[in-house]
Every structure is written in structure tokens, then in C-alpha cells.
Write a protein that binds this ligand. Structure first.
Ligand SMILES: Cc1cc2nc3c(=O)[nH]c(=O)nc-3n(C[C@H](O)[C@H](O)[C@H](O)COP(=O)(O)OP(=O)(O)OC[C@H]3O[C@@H](n4cnc5c(N)ncnc54)[C@H](O)[C@@H]3O)c2cc1C
Length: 487
């Protein structure tokens, strides 16, 4: 039995069903499969929860995508920018464009500031602000790090640990930034156009949901069940094994189903709550100590064929609350129902229950429209329609102590419910991409069929590093630096 029809849960179910094993997936959403990688349909428009680029170093995942999507997996030239101080900066940063936007005086000030930081660095940086200022100087930190990071995580950069910064943006400093920007400029001039993985990506022509709808259909064709509107609320254990799973539908009706094995992609904290009284105090404490960052998208439809060149725009500007803006038509033209329309997804990072989260949809749509005007993306267009999608637990938070909590959870779970395997993003409290979620799903399914795979040995690149198993007494997440594309 599997909890959750996101990439992890559906990959596990696909592996089981196509190997002739009985499998049932319970998904709490009444309509959409794909979890955070779903594609929402609204009045003929299609949009993602964030835009989902398809890229993996795992050959198995790549082969799976090719097999499922074939020609429907299209290649797009990447176009993304940063909006700050009323100006648009190419991203990844280009030297010429950055210098032009900053102007000679501000550029010189940034360089001076950088030289000052190099000459007098904070000796032992303890927080993100100190760490980044040491690498780039105060002015560049304020422009390209501070506001966006604070929007995404809802924390002052001085509250985020320097360790986390070192892992997250390792290898990046002023020297490499300038070298990369210069290489890009030179390469572009020499070869007319250089194509790297950063400059292009693949995307299903109808959005990632297209993939997950196909996977769902193939699970059903192979005899598996994907049950929608079925939230796993309670797990009954006996002899250290989960024996029954209680699911609840939208009307509150509950039913109980027996199981031999349980693969969970539901958030770890919810899993511990579902175990209820059988959970040890250590397990409960560790579960309650996990935190999440939530997310909402204000989707606005415009009566304009072209509204911006980007697929997405990072909004560093502190004058607006929006953190990032997707232009779904630039991901694939088929995401809008007719050529004269455009569809923006304005992404707001928030906490469940905070001011943004609690605003009515009408207020959020009005906020989105005002902020589009402020940024200058609505010069002649009219907003003709709009909707709001709220996504709880979009990001597992890596705060102080989360690693120990996850290690405790894994060790305790193995004692309390030995036939439970946790997979995927919130399932493992892992800030991952689809490919990692899928790989853990495949391996968990193989374990049910007799395999001996350590799911914690799947790294951020979705590679299964079995060798790491020998090195750890307690399974721990590996490769803690989340990749930029998972943002
Ligand atoms: C803004 C954003 C942008 C991203 N961009 C990319 C990208 O460009 N490329 C990429 O590859 N990845 C990207 N990702 C990451 C990708 O979305 C995740 O890695 C992937 O969706 C994780 O899959 P999952 O199955 O582990 O979890 P989820 O997608 O979260 O799916 C879990 C499923 O479980 C269900 N569920 C939860 N609790 C219960 C319960 N109690 N009972 C039943 N069902 C339950 C949920 O409803 C959900 O359907 C992005 C993520 C975000 C937030």
C-alpha cells in the first residue's frame, strides 16, 4: 500500500503493478495526481506548482521519462531574469547586462565593497549574511541574496546558519561568478550560441501533470488502484508492523484496509501523527520538531499574446511580496487555450495561517494584479481571469537540528513499524527534485519484492550510492545541499 500519488508514490506503485504485484495508492487530493509536480487545469489553462524542469543524471529516470513521454517531452531554451530596483537582470548573471544595469558608479561601489569584504572579512561567519558578505561584499549581497532568500524562507538572513549557506551555495564566490559570466560572454561571441544544460531544459508539452496522469493510467492498466480523495489518517500497528491503514474521504467517512507493507510519501510529521499512541516519545518529539515552508500561486490570465520573454522571473525587489513569477506560455505554448492569451503564476512563499495564506482569493488576485503593474508586466494587458492555489508543506525546512531529528525518526520508525518505508520529498524531509523522489519510490517497491536497498543512499542527483551504506550506523540523508532547481 502506498500513501500519496506524487512522483514518489506513483513510481513505487508503477514498479509494483508492472511486476504483477497488487498495489493500492491512497491520495488525499480529490482530483489531481502528481503532488507538487501536478499540473492544475483551470478554464482551459494549465499551470504547475512552480515550473517543473525535467533534468536528471539518473539514467533510469531519464529512460522512464522518455518511455512515458516520447515526443511529448519538448526542449526549451531557458530564459529567466531577476527583477531588482526597477531593473531586469539576466539570470544566470551576464557581465555586460549586470554592468549596464548597475551603471559605472554603482559597479565601482560594488567592487570597492567587495575589496573591503576581502580585506576585512568576518573571521568566523556564523550566519548567512556574514558568509555571503564575505564572498561578495555588502552591496551585492543586498541585491542578489538578501531579499529573495528572506522571501523564500521567511527568516532574516542573520537567522540562517552559515553552514547552510556554505552547503547551499558552495563553490560560488565573486571569482567564479565573474569567470562564468565572462566565459558566457566570450563563448556566446565565438560560437554564436552556446548550449549548456543551464541554458535549455525539457518539459512535457502539457506540463508535468501529463506524465503523472499517464503513470496513473498505466498503474490501473496493470491492475493497480489509485484511489483519490483518500487521506491516510491513522496506522494501526501490531508486533511492530503496520497492519491496518485508515483512510478518510472529503465527507469525513473513514474506512480501514489491511496491508503487509506500507510505502509513505506523506510528510514525516503526519506519518508520526498517524501512528498515534504506538509512537515512542522520541519519535513523537522528532516528528513535531520538523517544520515546513508553504507556498501559494496567484494565477492571472491576460488578454495579451506576449507579456514577457522569461519562463520565470525571480523578484528580489523588496517593494513587492511576490517571490517569483512564472509565464506558463513560455514553458509550453499549449499551456494556454488560445494564442492571444498569457498566463502568469505569481508565487508567494508563506506559512500556513500567516497574513498572506489567510487572505481571501479576491484579495490575493488584487494583490497579484497590483504587483504585476508595479513590476511593469501589465502595460497594456487586461486581467481576464484568475485563480489561487495554496500548497501546504511545499518545502521541508532545513533548520538547526533537523538532521538529528530525521535520524531519530528513521531509527525509531524501524523499531515501531518495521514494514514502513518513507520515500520522496516530505516523506523523507528532503529538499529534492522529482528524480530523487522517483528513485526512492522505485527502490522502495523493489524492497517490498525482496530487495535490500537503502533509500537514504539516493543522492540529490537521484543516483543510488549503495557504497555509503557501510559507512553509517544510522541512516542519514546524504548530500544536504539542495539544488538550485528545487527552489
Ligand atoms: C516551487 C517548486 C518548484 C519545483 N521545481 C522543480 C523542477 O523544476 N524540477 C523537478 O524535478 N522538481 C521540482 N520541484 C520538486 C518536485 O515538486 C518534488 O520533488 C516532487 O513533487 C516530490 O514528489 P513526492 O511524491 O515526494 O511528493 P509530493 O509531490 O509532495 O507528493 C506527495 C503526495 O502525497 C499526498 N499526500 C500527503 N499526505 C497524504 C496523506 N496523509 N494521505 C494520502 N495522500 C497524502 C499529497 O497530496 C501529494 O499528492 C519543485 C518543487 C517546488 C515546491
Amino acid at each position: 500500500m502506498v500513501a500519496g500519488a506524487g512522483p514518489a508514490g506513483l513510481s513505487a506503485a508503477y514498479e509494483l503493478a508492472t511486476k504483477g504485484r497488487p498495489v493500492t495508492v491512497f491520495e488525499q487530493d480529490p482530483t489531481f495526481v502528481g503532488g507538487i509536480s501536478r499540473t492544475v487545469e483551470y478554464h482551459g489553462y494549465r499551470f504547475d506548482i512552480g515550473g517543473h524542469r525535467f533534468f536528471s543524471k539518473s539514467q533510469e529516470v531519464e529512460a522512464f521519462w522518455r518511455n512515458m513521454l516520447g515526443e511529448d517531452l519538448i526542449t526549451r531554451q531557458r530564459s529567466s531574469r531577476i527583477f531588482y530596483g526597477g531593473k531586469f537582470y539576466e539570470y544566470p548573471l551576464s557581465l555586460a547586462n549586470t554592468l549596464k544595469n548597475l551603471g559605472p558608479v554603482e559597479s565601482a561601489a560594488c567592487l570597492l565593497d567587495y575589496a573591503r569584504a576581502k580585506a576585512h572579512p568576518t573571521p568566523h561567519p556564523t550566519n548567512l549574511e556574514e558568509w555571503v558578505v564575505n564572498q561578495f561584499g555588502e552591496r551585492l549581497y543586498r541585491m542578489f541574496f538578501k531579499t529573495y532568500t528572506e522571501k523564500v524562507w521567511g527568516m532574516d538572513c542573520r537567522e540562517i546558519s552559515a553552514d547552510w549557506a556554505a552547503q547551499r551555495i558552495r563553490g560560488l564566490n565573486m571569482g567564479t561568478a565573474i569567470r562564468e559570466a565572462a566565459k558566457k560572454a566570450l563563448g556566446a561571441r565565438r560560437s554564436g550560441q552556446i548550449k549548456t544544460l543551464i541554458e535549455e531544459f525539457r518539459y512535457p508539452r502539457l506540463g508535468p501533470g501529463m506524465l503523472w496522469e499517464r503513470v496513473r493510467d498505466q498503474i490501473a492498466a496493470a491492475g493497480g488502484d489509485v484511489v483519490m480523495d483518500a487521506k491516510v489518517v491513522s496506522l494501526k500497528t501490531h508486533n511492530h508492523r503496520v497492519q491496518e491503514v485508515v483512510v478518510r474521504d472529503g465527507t469525513g467517512r473513514e474506512r480501514s484496509v489491511r496491508t503487509d507493507a506500507f510505502i509513505s510519501s506523506m510528510p514525516l510529521r503526519s506519518l508520526v501523527r498517524a501512528i498515534g499512541p504506538a509512537a515512542t516519545p522520541a519519535l513523537r518529539d522528532a516528528g513535531e520538531g520538523l517544520h515546513y515552508r508553504d507556498f501559494l500561486t496567484v494565477v492571472l490570465m491576460l488578454d495579451q499574446p506576449f507579456a514577457s520573454p522569461d519562463q520565470w522571473l525571480y523578484v528580489h525587489d523588496p517593494g513587492v511580496q511576490v517571490g517569483r513569477i512564472q509565464n506558463f506560455k513560455n514553458w509550453s505554448p499549449e499551456m494556454v487555450p488560445h494564442p492571444n492569451a498569457t498566463c502568469f503564476g505569481m508565487e508567494y512563499f508563506c506559512f500556513e495561517g500567516d497574513g498572506l495564506w489567510s487572505m481571501s482569493d479576491q484579495e490575493l488576485l488584487a494583490l497579484g494584479e497590483r504587483e504585476l503593474h508595479h513590476i511593469g508586466l501589465l502595460p497594456q494587458a487586461r486581467v481576464i481571469d484568475g485563480t489561487v492555489v495554496r500548497v501546504p508543506k511545499a518545502y521541508p525546512v532545513y533548520d538547526d537540528g533537523y538532521r538529528d531529528r530525521v535520524a531519530t525518526l528513521v531509527a525509531e520508525l524501524a523499531r515501531v513499524a518495521e514494514n514502513v518505508q518513507v520515500v520522496g520529498r516530505n516523506g523523507m524531509h528532503r529538499y529534492n527534485n522529482q528524480d530523487h523522489a522517483m528513485m526512492t519510490g522505485f527502490l522502495a517497491a523493489r524492497n517490498v519484492m525482496g530487495g535490500q536497498h537503502d533509500l537514504w543512499a539516493v543522492n540529490d542527483d537521484a543516483e543510488y550510492l549503495e557504497v555509503l551504506r557501510e559507512e553509517r550506523a544510522v541512516p542519514m540523508p546524504v548530500g544536504h545541499a539542495p539544488s538550485q532547481s528545487a527552489l
